[in-house]
Design a protein around this ligand. Structure first.
Ligand SMILES: [Zn+2]
Length: 320
């Protein structure tokens, strides 16, 4: 409408529009995409090509023409000396008039440091995040911050993680992995399973912690839940990002409270899942793996598995 008003105003003079006026009308934003570009609202995302069979995620190579190139077949070798999986992972599509290979099962990974940059750039957010550590060391346990595990958490430098030097921020995060049926859970509907990897910042109070704009989410593509250790392929990019943020921290050139820059360290403090999700995320055996026939399994294996099972249950109990 604004473009139309400007166009009408320019035609009032009854003279031919000049080149600059024509350019002004041509460049006039017409939809929400211009706003998203101007404010850099879109998340920073890397598209991986996940294998439909083994779930291995392949990174693309960006060509000079800006087109992402993926291998046509899965290159994952599970054990040394084995042949690669070789299942087709791309299909041909036409993009900008060119025939390109596009992933059959795309996995969109959101950059975690980029998400954090958006979070700490919000006015007022840094003050709230810094307040998280102030509530600890209480006799009465009413929140995760009162738990001894949080108080005794040691950082990469060997000092308590709760102690920050000037110009640093220490954030505690919680990971949650779960699967759901995108067609709802009705028996007559199609059975499928899509996963979510969600990270919530424990420094935020509960009223802000679970707000959609403050939760970091990646979607694990379906149509079925990845089996046992296949979840590792989807967790790998996140683990790499978290590892760097824990060991070296991330330096942000400018934040709302620190125009001269700030270094942010983070710790993944706990993982909240249902039992199958906890087993997969923690690298444990499946939920049906608690029972082992004593006649077919050596007792040592049974003992180790039982210990692992008990450890898993304890960590879930403590988390809850
Ligand atoms: Zn594969």
């Amino acid at each position: 409408m604004l473009k139309f008003v400007v166009q009408c105003a320019l035609q009032q003079g009854k003279s031919q529009p000049t080149n600059s006026q024509e350019q002004l009308l041509k460049d006039f934003p017409t939809d929400i995409r211009s706003v998203c570009r101007a404010f850099d609202i879109d998340p920073t995302i890397v598209i991986y090509a996940a294998c439909p069979k083994c779930s291995f995620t392949h990174k693309s190579i960006c060509t000079t023409s800006g087109i992402n190139v993926y291998p046509s077949c899965c290159q994952y070798v599970q054990y040394k000396g084995q042949r690669s999986c070789s299942v087709q992972i791309t299909k041909q599509i036409v993009q900008n008039g060119q025939s390109v290979h596009s992933p059959i099962r795309p996995f969109a990974y959101q950059s975690f440091p980029a998400f954090m940059a958006g979070l700490i750039s919000c006015p007022g957010m840094e003050e709230i995040l810094d307040c998280g550590w102030q509530g600890i060391r209480k006799d009465e346990i009413s929140d995760i911050w009162d738990a001894s595990a949080m108080r005794e958490l040691v950082g990469i430098d060997g000092k308590p993680f709760s102690i920050m030097v000037k110009g640093e921020a220490h954030l505690a995060w919680c990971l949650s992995v779960d699967w759901f049926n995108p067609y709802y859970n009705k028996a007559a509907r199609k059975a499928a399973s899509v996963g979510s990897m969600a990270l919530t910042c424990l420094n935020l109070p509960p009223s802000l912690c679970y707000k959609l704009e403050n939760v970091y989410v990646n979607v694990i593509p379906g149509p079925h839940e990845p089996q046992t250790d296949q979840i590792n392929h989807f967790l790998q990019p996140l683990v790499d990002d978290l590892d760097l943020c824990w060991t070296k921290g991330t330096w942000y050139l400018r934040t709302h409270l620190h125009p001269g820059g700030q270094q942010v360290f983070l710790a993944l403090c706990n993982s909240v899942n249902d039992l199958p999700g906890a087993r997969k995320t923690g690298g444990g055996m499946g939920t049906s793996g608690g029972w082992i026939s004593p006649s077919t399994q050596p007792s040592a294996v049974l003992q180790v598995r039982c210990q692992q099972y008990r450890h898993n249950c304890e960590s879930i109990f403590h988390t809850l």
